[in-house]
Design a protein around this ligand. Structure first.
Ligand SMILES: [Mn+2]
Length: 432
């Protein structure tokens, strides 16, 4: 209401989507709608009237047929208690309520389902949707204490599940069996959704950034990368660990792992209010370039390795992202956009703020499609020892990812506690 005081605000929540014939996908609420209402069921709408300072939730009218098949659905009185909204009505009242509420408003802020399906009710009133989307994105970027406690709960469950995976994974298993270890622990917590499809990638599969097959057999000499997290009341956790399928890391695996780990810890330490996201990205690229130079995989000044993009052949993604009701939680709204103070292009340059939830997730990968591309070999021949790099092909990739909350001062609060130091991981792997 404070951000958009001059218009009527109307949003529709998500609807069920058909999976096949008469079966729907498991329903997951639209994140903006969930943010504003807490409603996890389909078919709801929300009307906010800043002029009259009230908001109304509209629920789908349920008939007896529905009750027979689906069971109990809250009525208006119960919904009012559950969702803490001033007024609750059935959705057949929505067009009439819009007509009443639009009096005195010169515009309406609506989300795209309203724009598509309820346009007629607003006749003559300009409908703005990107302004509304941006205003909510801006609000969602900084978390309230309540949101942070839900994110901490999601991390507690995912921490436990990652711990089980790290203890119980054995050579000879398939990647999907490891996935089952993780996801069973999440379901056991009473939460039905994962924040995103789990990535379980053994050996060279970890060089595929969004690997989803999860069906290869684990070999004793492989590293296993698992990127997985549960969702609690819509709030995501997003955690990655990489560990040996055998008892111990090989020396070569240790060398690469240590660079990623030191980079990840330094980037967490640096995540403080006022740090520009592009500066943060450059910091991670510099540390990785420096480590790869020590291993003689790269040569030249760190500045050159970063500015020419040579380091991107080993580290082709960002250091992190905002986290919240979406695993990639928008960028914080247009008003947060700042000039990029670096020479490295980033999607969005903005300053970190206290209360933001972010991931820190550097990685090093040996990707055949990059290391064996003739154009890239030619372009970066002065800065990458491709012959040496080829010897690492097959290792796949290493990524370490924690979820942290930026604090007003000092280093952030780290919600992720899964083992990541080499001795701690090897202790969990001693029976492997
Ligand atoms: Mn992530």
């Amino acid at each position: 209401m404070r951000r958009l005081p001059d218009g009527l605000i109307v949003l529709s929540g998500g609807l069920e989507v058909t999976r096949n014939y008469d079966v729907s996908f498991v329903f997951r609420q639209d994140s903006d709608f969930l943010y504003l209402t807490g409603v996890e069921d389909p078919g709801f709408h929300l009307l906010i009237d800043p002029k009259r300072k009230n908001s109304t939730l509209f629920l789908p009218r349920i008939d007896d047929h529905h009750r027979v098949w689906e069971g109990h659905v809250p009525g208006p009185a119960e919904a009012k208690r559950l969702y803490g909204v001033q007024r609750v009505l059935y959705d057949d009242a929505l067009p009439g309520e819009i007509k009443k509420a639009r009096r005195g408003h010169r515009r309406a802020y609506v989300n795209s389902p309203v724009q598509k399906k309820l346009k007629k009710s607003f006749q003559g009133l300009p409908l703005l949707s990107s302004v509304l989307d941006d205003a909510i994105e801006e609000l969602r970027a900084v978390k309230t204490p309540g949101e942070i406690s839900l994110m901490a709960e999601a991390n507690r469950i995912s921490n436990r599940a990652h711990g089980i995976v790290m203890r119980k994974t054995r050579a000879g298993m398939r990647e999907y069996e490891v996935q089952t270890l993780f996801e069973a622990e999440c379901l056991r917590s009473g939460n039905r959704h994962l924040a995103y499809p789990s990535i379980v990638a053994a050996g060279n599969n970890a060089a595929v950034l969004h690997y989803r097959h999860n069906d290869a057999k684990l070999k004793k000499t492989d590293l296993l990368l698992i990127d997985a997290g549960v969702e609690v009341k819509g709030y995501a956790s997003d955690i990655t660990r990489t560990f040996p399928v055998g008892k111990k890391f090989s020396q070569r695996q240790k060398d690469i792992y240590s660079i990623v780990l030191e980079t990840q810890k330094a980037c967490i330490e640096a995540a403080r209010p006022g740090l520009n996201s592009a500066t943060w990205q450059v910091l991670s690229m510099r540390l990785i370039a420096d480590g790869l130079r020590d291993l003689k995989l790269m040569r030249g000044s760190v500045d050159t390795l970063v500015e020419t993009g040579a380091v991107r052949l080993f580290y082709p993604h960002g250091i992190g992202h905002l986290l919240g009701l979406d695993v990639h939680d928008g960028v914080g709204g247009k008003s947060r956009k700042k000039p990029n103070p670096t020479k490295v292009p980033v999607r969005f340059a903005a300053d970190l703020e206290a209360g933001m939830a972010i991931t820190s997730e550097p990685g090093i990968y040996f990707i055949d499609a990059l290391l064996n591309a003739p154009r890239l070999r030619k372009k970066h021949r002065d800065h990458i020892d491709f012959n040496r790099a080829e010897r690492y092909l097959g290792m796949g990739g290493i990524r370490i990812e924690d979820d942290v909350i930026v604090r007003p001062s000092g280093p952030p609060r780290n919600l992720t506690t899964v083992a990541k130091e080499i001795p701690d991981i090897e202790a969990l792997r001693r029976n492997a």
